[in-house]
Design a protein around this ligand. Structure first.
Ligand SMILES: *Cc1c(COP(=O)(O)O)cnc(C)c1O
Length: 224
């Protein structure tokens, strides 16, 4: 193994205050890297491709909690619905509805996060703050009994400008507080703020993240 996965993991965990959980992002990394982190006690891992995830689920320990962190096509939901712990990047009502449908078929409730698009970068994915408000104001999500919206997820711009990154996390935090008080004040399960990656997780933690998604710092560069 080229990377000291166990040592890196210990260092990242030492940086996280109580109440901030680590999702170890293992996409494109081989099973032996995941097993090293697992031996060190890590149980929550994140993947962004359905087929890769399926192969890992079949061959790795059953008590791993898998988060789906990438863009999820509606036609793929049925494959992960039986086992996925959390779907982090829900960015449309259509996807939310499909997750509900497939969760119902599996007689379970699936935890999800709404993905925000705040970064200045062009991307197709994520809800703008207004689209997020719109989705919640519309109210149709309340009929979906097999999904549980547990919070918000976002990626800051991939820049070196710390002030910009910080201001994006703050926008996400403000929106979290707004929708929490408006729609989820009585739902303790709406509590997750998933922000912070390898290059910005310390800032994210400063700005109220409850869940960081870290890959490169633990596992090294990804081999595509
Ligand atoms: C790949 C990925 C990460 C991890 O990124 P690193 O820079 O390797 O820590 C976090 N979140 C999402 C959504 C990702 O796709």
């Amino acid at each position: 193994m080229d990377y000291d996965v166990k040592g890196n993991l210990r260092q990242v965990l030492a940086d996280l205050p109580q109440g901030v959980r680590l999702v170890a992002i293992s996409k494109y990394h081989p099973n032996e890297y995941i097993e090293a982190a697992y031996q060190e006690g890590q149980r929550v891992f994140g993947e962004s491709h359905e087929q890769e995830l399926r192969q890992k689920v079949e061959t790795l320990p059953q008590d791993i909690h898998w988060h789906f962190i990438g863009h999820l096509q509606t036609n793929k939901v049925k494959y992960i619905a039986p086992y996925i712990t959390m779907i982090e990047a829900v960015d449309s009502f259509k996807l939310l509805k499909e997750i509900d449908k497939q969760a119902a078929k599996n007689e379970r409730v699936i935890d999800v996060l709404l993905e925000l698009h705040i970064a200045a970068e062009e991307t197709k994915y994520g809800l703008t703050p207004d689209a997020c408000r719109q989705l919640l104001a519309d109210g149709a999500w309340k009929e979906l009994k097999h999904v549980r919206i547990c919070g918000l997820m976002m990626m800051a711009s991939n820049v070196d400008d710390e002030a910009q990154i910080r201001s994006e996390f703050r926008m996400a935090r403000a929106l979290f507080d707004e929708v929490k008080s408006q729609y989820f004040a009585d739902e303790p399960s709406f509590c997750e703020r998933s922000w912070g990656m390898s290059h910005d997780y310390k800032i994210a933690v400063d700005e109220g993240s409850t869940m960081v998604r870290i890959g490169t710092t633990i596992f090294g560069p990804r081999v595509y």
